[in-house]
Design a protein around this ligand. Structure first.
Ligand SMILES: *[C@@H]1O[C@H](CO)[C@@H](O)[C@H](O)[C@H]1NC(C)=O
Ligand SMILES: *[C@@H]1O[C@H](CO)[C@@H](O)[C@H](O)[C@H]1NC(C)=O
Ligand SMILES: *[C@@H]1O[C@H](CO)[C@@H](O)[C@H](O)[C@H]1NC(C)=O
Ligand SMILES: *[C@@H]1O[C@H](CO)[C@@H](O)[C@H](O)[C@H]1NC(C)=O
Ligand SMILES: [Zn+2]
Length: 286
C-alpha cells in the first residue's frame, strides 16, 4: 500500500508542481474545504490558531499533511493509521471488525480515537495538538475511501487497472484517477470549487435530507471511543461489495459504466466525511 501511494505522490509532484501534495491530495483537500463550510465559530478560531499560516488557516491545505510525512523516519509509526485491513470477502460479503482487522500497530479507527483524545489533552504541547488536528483531519478523509477499509489485494493496490487508457491500480483509481477526471471535467480541477458544490448539495440539495443521519452518532460522550469511526469504516467498506470490485479485466474504469456508478459514491463519501469532520471538531471545540 505504501509503495503505490508513494508512486502516486511522485507522479503528482512531477505532473503538477504547483499543486499541494499527493483519498490523494484532491480528495483530502476537498473534505477539508467541505468541513470549513460547516464548522462553528469556536472551532474556526481553534483551527485557525492551531494551523496558522503554514496551512493558510484552513483544513483544506491541512488535510494532506499526514500523507506527506508518512514516509519520514519520525512518522513511520503512522503508516498503518491510514487504513484498516478488513479481512472480509468482497464482493460476496463485506464487514469491518475492530478485533479482527485493527492490527497491533493500530489502524485508522484507533488512530481517530487516539488523536481525538490527544487534541483535548491539556498537558500536551501546541505542536502535539496541531499534529493531532492534522491527523484527525486526514484520517476522517481516509476512512471514507472504500479501499482504505479493505485488505483484499493490499486494498486493491495489487490489482492492475486502466483509467482513461493509462495503466494504474484499483486503489489509485479510487484515490486519484476517477476523482481527477471528475474535477477536471466539472470543477476546473479545483478542490475548492468541488467542495463548494458538495457543500451546496448538503445545505440545500440532494444531500440535505441525509446530512443529519451522517452525524447522528456524534455526541460528546462518543468522542473518545471507536464507535463513530467504526460506523464510518463499515459504511465505506460496504461499497467494496456494491461498486469497487464490480469490473471486468481490461475494462477502462474511467470511461465506462463503472465510472458513471463510481462518481456518485465518491461525491457522497467526500461530502459525508467533510461534514462529519466539521461536526466531530465542533463536538471537541464548541
Ligand atoms: C488562502 O486563504 C485565502 C482566504 O481564505 C484564499 O483567498 C487563498 O486563495 C488561499 N490561498 C491558497 C494558496 O489556497
Ligand atoms: C497516539 O499518538 C501518539 C502520538 O503520535 C503515538 O505515539 C501513539 O503511538 C498513538 N497511539 C495509538 C494507540 O495509536
Ligand atoms: C476524552 O478525553 C479527554 C482527554 O483525555 C478528556 O479531557 C475528556 O474529558 C474525555 N471525554 C470524555 C467524554 O470522556
Ligand atoms: C460531471 O458530473 C456529472 C454529475 O455528477 C457526472 O455524471 C459526470 O460523469 C461528470 N463528468 C465527468 C467527465 O466526470
Ligand atoms: Zn492517508
Amino acid at each position: 500500500m505504501k509503495g503505490a501511494l508513494q508512486l502516486v505522490f511522485a507522479a503528482v509532484l512531477v505532473a503538477a508542481p504547483s499543486g499541494v501534495a499527493a483519498w490523494g491530495a484532491l480528495g483530502h483537500e476537498t473534505t477539508g474545504y467541505v468541513a470549513m463550510q460547516f464548522i462553528g465559530s469556536k472551532t474556526l478560531s481553534a483551527v485557525q490558531s492551531s494551523l496558522g499560516s503554514t496551512f493558510n488557516f484552513s483544513l483544506g491545505p491541512a488535510a494532506t499533511w499526514a500523507d506527506t510525512v508518512r514516509s519520514e523516519t519520525a512518522f513511520k509509526f503512522s503508516a498503518p493509521f491510514h487504513f484498516i485491513d478488513a479481512e472480509d470477502n468482497p464482493p460476496t460479503s463485506c464487514s469491518v471488525d475492530i478485533s479482527r482487522d485493527c492490527g497491533s500497530a493500530g489502524c485508522v479507527i484507533s488512530a481517530i480515537q487516539n488523536y481525538t483524545e490527544r487534541v483535548q489533552e491539556t498537558k500536551l504541547s501546541a505542536t502535539q495538538h496541531q499534529q493531532a488536528l492534522l491527523f484527525i483531519t486526514h484520517f476522517i478523509g481516509d476512512i471514507g475511501q472504500p479501499l482504505h477499509d479493505e485488505a483484499l489485494e493490499l486494498g486493491g493496490n495489487d490489482i492492475d487497472a486502466i483509467c482513461d487508457g493509462s495503466s494504474t491500480n484499483l486503489h489509485a483509481a479510487w484515490d486519484t484517477g476517477m476523482l481527477e477526471k471528475n474535477l477536471d471535467a466539472n470543477f476546473s480541477g479545483d478542490p475548492q470549487v468541488y467542495a463548494a458544490s458538495l457543500a451546496t448539495r448538503i445545505t440545500s440539495g440532494d444531500f440535505k435530507s441525509l446530512a443529519a443521519g451522517w452525524v447522528s452518532c456524534i455526541e460528546p460522550s462518543a468522542l473518545n471511543s471507536t464507535a463513530c469511526p467504526l460506523i464510518w469504516a463499515q459504511e465505506a467498506n460496504a461499497f467494496d461489495c456494491t461498486n469497487v470490485f464490480d469490473f471486468k479485466t481490461g475494462q477502462d474504469l474511467c470511461d465506462s459504466a463503472y465510472y458513471t456508478a463510481a462518481i456518485p459514491v465518491i461525491d457522497l463519501q467526500l461530502a459525508k466525511q467533510g461534514y462529519r469532520l466539521a461536526k466531530w471538531l465542533d463536538a471537541i471545540f464548541e
